[in-house]
Design a protein around this ligand. Structure first.
Ligand code: PGA
Length: 255
């Protein structure tokens, strides 16, 4: 059975003290309340907090993630953080290719592909984000666009490597807007993407890959989304900043 994920993306929110409280609350609630052994809770916190917060983890149901990394091992890349650095402070997952990084920081598929390679070489799990704009959806090119993002950033991998990647489909029009894709829209895209993976790697490999949905996931809509056969969890922004809401999302998977 594919692994299921409730992944929180804090983005650029919370001071150290606020974050410490939130992180501890979620960890404790998840430890006490989450009973599904196939669900992993991941929290992607601001980079300065990674080292400290990784020590607050008191259950293997929770892992800590970074929100970005640089593909090079070391060197003159002011302000950047390498995979080895993240690994050395207990990070297990790294979000890459988020639409905010693609849009505001000009990240290309090629650069993201290099991050995928660096993470896999370092033994960390990439959470690879993809997704279309509203204009692309309205023009009817959304399936081809997101399939292209896969082809450009993932299809150089062999099957073993690909199966170490977690995918997050996040339609840009649904991020931070309160407009969630319907569970049917999410399922439709996830199925298209899984079929796209199957076309290159075969069905068995495609069936092993967790594809999360992101974009205004909350405690009120997670159950419906996670009930879809190809939706393996959520990448959650706003609602991951509230411990009770995020824990409820983690508990929203079918038994
Ligand atoms: P949101 O963000 O849940 O606030 O829409 C999701 C994301 O950007 O990962």
């Amino acid at each position: 059975m594919r692994k299921k994920y409730a992944a929180g993306n804090w983005k650029m929110n919370k001071t150290f003290n606020e974050g410490q409280i939130l992180f501890s609350e979620v960890t404790n609630m998840v430890k006490d309340e989450l009973v599904n052994p196939n669900v992993k809770v991941v929290m992607a916190v601001p980079a300065p907090y990674l080292s400290s917060f990784s020590k607050l983890i008191n259950t293997d149901k929770v892992s800590i993630a970074a929100q970005n990394c640089h593909p090079k091992e070391s060197g003159a890349y002011t302000g950047e953080v390498s995979v080895g650095m993240l690994k050395s402070v207990g990070v297990e997952y790294v979000i890459i290719g988020h639409s905010e990084r693609r849009e505001y920081f000009g990240e290309t598929d090629e650069f993201i592909a290099a991050k995928v390679d660096a993470l896999l070489a370092g033994g960390l799990t990439p959470i690879f984000c993809c997704g279309e704009t509203l204009a692309q959806r309205e023009a009817g090119i959304h399936f081809d666009f997101v399939k292209g993002q896969f082809t450009n950033a993932l299809f150089h991998l062999d099957a073993d490597a690909l199966q170490k990647v977690v995918i997050a489909y996040e339609p840009i029009w649904a991020i931070g807007t309160g407009v969630t894709a319907s569970s049917e829209q999410a399922q439709e895209m996830h199925k298209v993407l899984r079929d796209h993976l199957a076309s290159k790697y075969g069905q068995e490999v495609a069936d092993n890959i967790s594809i999360l949905y992101g974009g205004s996931v909350g405690a009120g809509n997670a159950k419906e989304l996670f009930a879809m056969p190809d939706v393996d969890g959520g990448l959650v922004g706003g609602a991951s900043l509230k411990s009770r809401d995020f824990t409820e999302i983690a508990k929203s998977f079918p038994a």
